[in-house]
Design a protein around this ligand. Structure first.
Ligand code: PSV
Ligand code: MN
Ligand code: MN
Length: 388
């Protein structure tokens, strides 16, 4: 069995980043449902992220989306975060919400539009310096809707040119995380549709460029843990956007739709030593809570990632290796399933007690009355940014 002291230490050391946009109102293209008590600005989003950290103990940073979280003074926002016991995490530029981007941003056939998009990406690198963020998290809505609409290869060259320009601006420990997505909003050919395309650009760029795996961005049936194992083994796994999906990019709570998949992903992470900070894997959530209250949904999501991690840590790596070497198919599968079928909730309750927080974070949050307080205090909360 895995050493229980080591398992507990690993669970205490885990870090999961929340996304600022998950705290705002969101919805689908049919309707954005306004909730009471949602943040009115970036400062209040930081406050909510700090609340999630307060109850979980393992969510000490929040990712920002620019310009949704635009402020006059990013250093002041970073100081506010520090006062609340967290830090500002990945910076997510937005090059998909302007009329100019109808035919794409950095892949647009018009050089003036490409320049505009690139300028925003470079501005975000400057913001990273002020916020102290390590990661620039890039997702492009670029692509085409119809065969013949634009040259697939010319668009790849434009993408590459922009990525190189951004890459050259990175300094210190700054990194570029390149996210892919099969489709939507482009319905014929997305310019970064899969991990292979993202990986190829990252290899061209250099070691600071890594692939970002958003668990909702694949075709149904894709073996995501294979992608994770491959990228981790080559030091090109930059991190995750965890969320879960039943159909497409549903952005539901991580671990809600398919906890077994999340466990399989985390098992590859644990076996590949991806929990070690030196591996440089950022564990982030990317979700929208359209109908459920947002802070407890994020607490729940963090707990779900923790549960998957705890089960993955219980995989008896030595027994697994022996079964694999012996060609014992059933034995190897049994080792993995034994871990998955373990109820890790008591273990996690113990870990939380060791950390000095309530063993039942959701219950503690409910009992705190915080939700009622913010509903009374915050009048006129904002939409997350899109779908509004
Ligand atoms: C759009 O698909 C998306 O959900 C991507 O996953 C980004 O990471 C996120 O929005 C924020 O821009
Ligand atoms: Mn994402
Ligand atoms: Mn997405």
């Amino acid at each position: 069995m895995a050493d229980s002291q080591a398992v507990r230490a690993a669970l205490r050391a885990q870090r999961i980043e929340t996304p600022s946009w998950a705290f705002g109102n969101s919805g689908t293209r049919f309707k954005v449902f306004a909730q009471q008590g949602v943040p009115r600005d970036a400062y209040e989003k930081v406050d909510d992220a700090a609340t999630v950290h307060q109850y979980t103990g393992v969510a000490p940073s929040v990712a920002l989306h620019i310009p949704w979280d635009k402020v006059d003074d990013y250093a002041a926002l970073a100081a506010h975060a520090r006062d609340r016991g967290i830090t500002l995490g990945a910076i997510n530029p937005n090059v998909f919400q302007e009329d100019d981007y109808r035919l794409g941003s950095v892949c647009n056939p018009d050089p003036a539009v490409r320049r505009r998009a690139l300028d925003h990406l470079l501005e975000c690198v400057d913001i990273m310096a002020a916020t102290g963020s390590r990661d620039l998290s890039l997702w492009f809505a670029d692509g085409t809707n119809y065969p013949g609409q634009d040259s697939i290869t010319a668009r790849q060259d434009r993408l590459s040119e922009a990525l190189h320009a951004v890459y050259e601006r990175l300094t210190g420990d700054q990194r570029m995380l390149l996210e892919y997505k099969l489709f939507e909003p482009a319905f014929y050919a997305t310019d970064l549709p899969d991990w292979g395309t993202s990986f190829a650009h990252c290899v061209d760029l250099g070691p600071r460029a890594r692939v970002l795996v958003d668990t909702g961005h694949h075709a149904p049936g894709t073996n995501i843990e294979f992608i994770v194992a491959f990228l981790l083994h080559r030091s090109r796994l930059g991190g995750f956007h965890f969320n879960s999906r039943f159909y497409a990019d549903d952005d539901l709570m991580a671990g809600a739709a398919d906890p077994f998949q999340l466990f399989r992903i985390m098992t590859e992470i644990v076996l590949g030593r991806g929990l070690d900070p030196a591996a440089g894997v950022a564990f982030m959530l990317d979700q929208c809570h359209n109908i459920e209250p947002k802070i407890p949904a994020l607490i729940r999501s963090v707990l779900n990632v923790q549960e998957a991690t705890a089960k993955a840590l219980l995989v008896d790596a030595e027994a697994l290796r022996k079964s694999q070497v012996d060609g014992d198919v059933l034995g190897a599968n049994e080792v993995v399933m034994d871990a998955y079928n373990t109820d890790v909730r008591p273990l996690l309750a113990q870990v939380r007690q060791d950390m000095g927080i309530d063993p039942d974070p959701i219950g503690a949050y409910r009992r705190s009355g915080h939700q009622d307080r913010i509903a009374a205090q915050r009048v006129g909360g904002n939409a997350a940014g899109w779908g509004a």
